[in-house]
Design a protein around this ligand. Structure first.
Ligand code: UD1
Ligand code: UDP
Length: 366
């Protein structure tokens, strides 16, 4: 079985690490890794290949940054060439980035079956580029690996036929179990930053709706800046957000409680997450990791795709709108006691990758 996997952005390297590890162990599977080059900074790309033992990509398309149409279009053209050369039995994509859509579309037009990991997630907000990428990818896929019950419900409601959908759990949970212990053994990030476990807030911000709106961006950083007067706040900053803050002339250098650092590798990130008192984020993956590590989470958005976390009380939406000051919201969530909340297995048992590989093998053998 020959599989071409297309990836390009940070969270995809982490998800792919959980699955590719199993492909390597299956002698009948040959996985060809295609890195679109959507993320190219060392600490957004190469560090994950090194830390997580992901094989070096067979193709690096070097597409880089750009407007959505141009970036996706360049990817589509380059991926098509790879697929014509390789003619795999199946193409595999993860999540909802422009790399996901470009891979899926290139394959579908060549009649190569598409497998989509993290299918069925919806925010029902079509202004999000990710929402368009997810919907379109799901509708050209023939194997849809849905991590949650709500993802299945969404797909069925959109008319996707039930035999294409497989509920397998979430490969990010597989990764969290596999690398969580390793992080404890190897990461020195808490010492390096002088952090006391349970005594700091970890924040990540990179979503377009927050970075591209100067008012929302300022609200978020004003709240973090203010919170950092009383509690350490650590922000591994995405380059998109760094640029947006630079354009807004935002100055946070005077506050020693606020540590704005470069993006970190996965093992350091897991360590920061595990020992935080609160996680404030607009990331999809980080919301789930907060749950895996039982840390209260504030999601800096109006809605989330991971609805079960909000319904169960593990996650609280804290949009940076003008209704309640964000700092107040965050402090309230930080005080929240989570010991009484059940810890349901919304995301499976940590064997999602195994199920995915087995279903893909069976499907291509048929
Ligand atoms: C992308 C995904 C988003 C995902 C995120 C993961 C899309 C539409 N968005 O968002 O769903 O959550 O990745 O992190 O696919 N940049 C660098 N160095 C890099 C990469 C980017 O400096 O290595 C800067 C560039 O200024 C670029 C900007 O970040 O224009 C945005 O990068 P891009 O890949 O377009 O989107 P992300 O915000 O990273
Ligand atoms: N992450 C990381 N270093 C960082 C920030 C995030 O390793 O500095 C990891 C995080 O633990 C999670 C994934 O990146 O596994 C989430 O990616 P991101 O927030 O970029 O994208 P999203 O999940 O929102 O698509």
């Amino acid at each position: 079985m020959k599989i071409v996997t297309v990836l390009g952005a940070r969270p995809q390297f982490i998800k792919a690490a959980a699955v590719s590890r199993l492909f390597l162990r299956a002698p009948v599977v040959r996985e060809i890794l295609v890195h679109t080059g959507q993320h190219y900074d060392q600490n957004l790309s190469e560090i994950f290949f090194r830390e997580l033992g992901l094989p070096k990509p067979d193709y690096n398309l070097g597409i880089g940054s750009g407007n959505h149409g141009a970036q996706t279009g360049r990817m589509l053209e380059a991926i098509e060439q790879v697929l014509i050369t390789e003619m795999p039995d199946m193409l595999l994509v993860y999540g909802d980035t422009n790399s996901t859509l470009a891979g899926a579309l290139a394959a579908a037009k060549l009649h190569i079956p598409v497998a989509h990991i993290e299918a069925g997630l919806r925010s029902f907000n079509r202004r999000m580029p990710e929402e368009l990428n997810r919907v379109l990818t799901d509708h050209v896929s023939s194997l849809l690996f849905a991590p949650t019950q709500s993802a299945i419900t969404n797909l069925v409601r959109e008319g996707v036929s039930a035999e294409k959908i497989h509920r397998v759990g979430d490969v990010m949970y597989d990764a969290a179990l596999y690398y969580g212990a390793k992080a404890e053994q190897t990461s020195t990030i808490l010492d390096k930053l002088g952090l006391t476990p349970g005594n700091y807030v970890l924040a990540t911000i990179h979503r377009a709706e927050n970075t591209d709106d100067a008012v929302r961006l300022r609200r978020i950083f004003d709240a973090l800046n203010s919170l950092a007067q009383t509690c350490r706040v650590v922000v591994p900053l995405h380059p998109r957000t760094r640029e947006a803050l630079r354009n807004a002339n935002y100055d946070f250098s005077a506050n020693p409680g606020l540590s704005i650092i470069d993006p970190v590798g996965y093992l350091d990130m897991v360590m920061l997450e595990k020992h935080a008192r609160l996680i404030a984020t607009d990331s999809g993956g980080v919301q789930k990791e907060a749950f895996f590590y039982k840390v209260p989470c504030a999601t800096l958005r109006e809605e989330t795709e991971w609805v079960e976390l909000v319904e169960s009380g593990w996650n609280t939406l804290a949009p940076p709108d003008d209704s309640v000051p964000l700092r107040e919201r965050l402090e309230k969530i930080m005080q929240k006691t989570i010991v009484d909340l059940g810890h349901d297995d919304f995301y499976g048992s940590g064997a999602a990758a195994e199920q995915i590989v087995s279903i893909m093998r069976k499907t291509t053998a048929d």
